[in-house]
Design a protein around this ligand. Structure first.
Ligand SMILES: Cc1ncc(COP(=O)(O)O)c(C=O)c1O
Length: 311
C-alpha cells in the first residue's frame, strides 16, 4: 500500500490525472466536475481506474460509507461519522478501520482551495475478493472523495414508494454501499416530481428516505421512527433529537404507522447534506413548509451546528 499523500507527478490540483491518461478518463472527469479523490494513500483521477476490478465493494456491495457536509473547507461532525462507520463495519463483520488512513485521505482531499459548500464522502470496502459473496482476508480498500454540492432546494416534496425497507435485514441500520434500492426509489420519486422517496418498513410503519430521516409533527409534538423501525441512525437525526430536547422541545422516537403522514401538520426530513428540510408535499397532500415547529427545529439546528463543528 502506498503512503498517504498526493501523487504530484500525475495529478493536477483537482487530482485529475494529466499524463499517461487517455482522453476517455479526462473527458469523464470534466463531466463529473471537480471531485477530488484519494484511494489507499494516493490522490487519483475520480473517474479513472483506481481500485481492483475484483474489489468486493464493486462486485457485491461489501462496503460502508459516510457522507459529511463541508463548509468553507471544514467537515461537520467528523467524530460522529467515524463512530458510525465503525458500527457499520462491525455490522458487516469487516475488520476495524484504520482511522489514521481515513484521516490522511480527508486531509488530502480537503487540502488546497477550500470547498465553500460541499460533500466529503469516504468509503471502506472489504477489498479485493472472490467474485461471489464469500470473503477472503484482503486488506480493506479506503476511498475518500470531496467536491462541491449544489445548494439544496428550500423545501421538499416526498413520494411514498411501493417498496419496503426490511427492518429485520442483516444490514438494517448499517450505511452500506449496497444502495441500489435507494437509486431505484429515488428515480421513482423524481419521476413523480419528488425530491426524496419515503419507505414504509415491512410491517407498514414509517421508516426513512433514500438518503434522509423523516420527522412528523402531530399535536405539536415532534415524532420520528425509532431505530427498531429500520432507519439509519442519521447523524442529523441524532443531533435534532438531542438539541431539540436540550432546548425544551418534545421529541419522541417510536413506531409510527404510515397513516401518521395524513395526520401530521408538518413534516421535515434530515440529512448531512439537507440539514433540516421542510416538506411541502407528501405525494399530492400539501403541507405548510416550513410550519412553525419545523422553523424552530431548523433554527436550533442551524445555530448549534455553526457553534459546534464536531458535536
Ligand atoms: C438511508 C439513509 N437514511 C438517513 C440518512 C441521513 O443520515 P445523516 O444525517 O447521517 O446524513 C442517510 C444519509 O445519507 C441515508 O443514506
Amino acid at each position: 500500500m502506498s503512503e498517504p499523500g498526493t501523487n504530484e507527478q500525475d495529478t493536477n490540483e483537482q487530482g485529475i490525472l494529466e499524463q499517461g491518461t487517455s482522453d476517455r478518463y479526462t473527458s469523464q472527469s470534466r463531466r463529473v466536475g471537480d471531485v477530488r479523490a484519494w484511494v489507499n494513500g494516493v490522490r487519483v483521477d475520480a473517474t479513472g481506474p483506481s481500485i481492483a476490478a475484483v474489489d468486493h465493494g464493486i462486485t457485491v456491495g461489501d462496503g460502508v460509507f459516510e457522507t459529511c457536509k463541508v463548509i468553507d473547507g471544514v467537515p461537520f461532525a467528523l467524530a460522529r461519522h467515524a463512530r458510525r462507520v465503525d458500527r457499520s463495519l462491525a455490522g458487516l463483520g469487516l475488520p476495524d478501520a484504520d482511522h489514521k488512513m481515513i484521516d490522511a485521505g480527508i486531509k488530502d482531499v480537503l487540502s488546497g482551495e477550500p470547498i465553500a459548500y460541499g460533500r466529503l464522502r469516504y468509503t471502506i470496502t472489504g477489498g479485493a475478493g472472490p467474485l461471489g459473496s464469500d470473503r477472503d482476508a484482503s486488506p480493506l480498500t479506503y476511498i475518500v472523495t470531496a467536491g462541491r454540492t449544489p445548494p439544496n432546494p428550500v423545501t421538499a416534496k416526498v413520494v411514498v414508494v411501493p417498496w419496503t425497507r426490511n427492518e429485520r435485514s442483516a444490514t438494517a441500520g448499517l450505511k452500506t454501499t449496497s444502495y441500489a434500492e435507494n437509486v431505484v426509489a429515488l428515480a421513482y420519486a423524481k419521476d413523480r416530481g419528488g425530491t426524496e422517496a419515503v419507505f414504509a418498513n415491512s410491517v407498514g410503519n414509517l421508516c426513512e428516505g433514500t438518503g434522509s430521516n423523516i420527522f412528523v409533527v402531530v399535536d405539536g409534538e415532534i415524532l420520528t421512527p425509532d431505530l427498531a423501525s429500520g432507519p439509519l441512525a442519521g447523524v442529523t437525526r441524532d443531533l435534532v433529537i438531542e438539541w431539540c430536547r436540550e432546548e425544551g422541545l418534545t421529541v419522541r422516537a417510536e413506531p409510527l404507522p404510515m397513516s401518521i403522514l395524513t395526520r401530521a401538520t408538518e413534516v421535515f426530513i434530515t440529512s448531512s447534506i439537507k440539514d433540516v428540510m421542510p416538506v411541502h408535499a407528501i405525494d399530492d397532500q400539501l403541507l405548510p413548509a416550513p410550519g412553525p415547529v419545523t422553523a424552530q427545529v431548523a433554527e436550533i439546528f442551524n445555530r448549534l451546528s455553526r457553534e459546534r463543528l464536531d458535536p
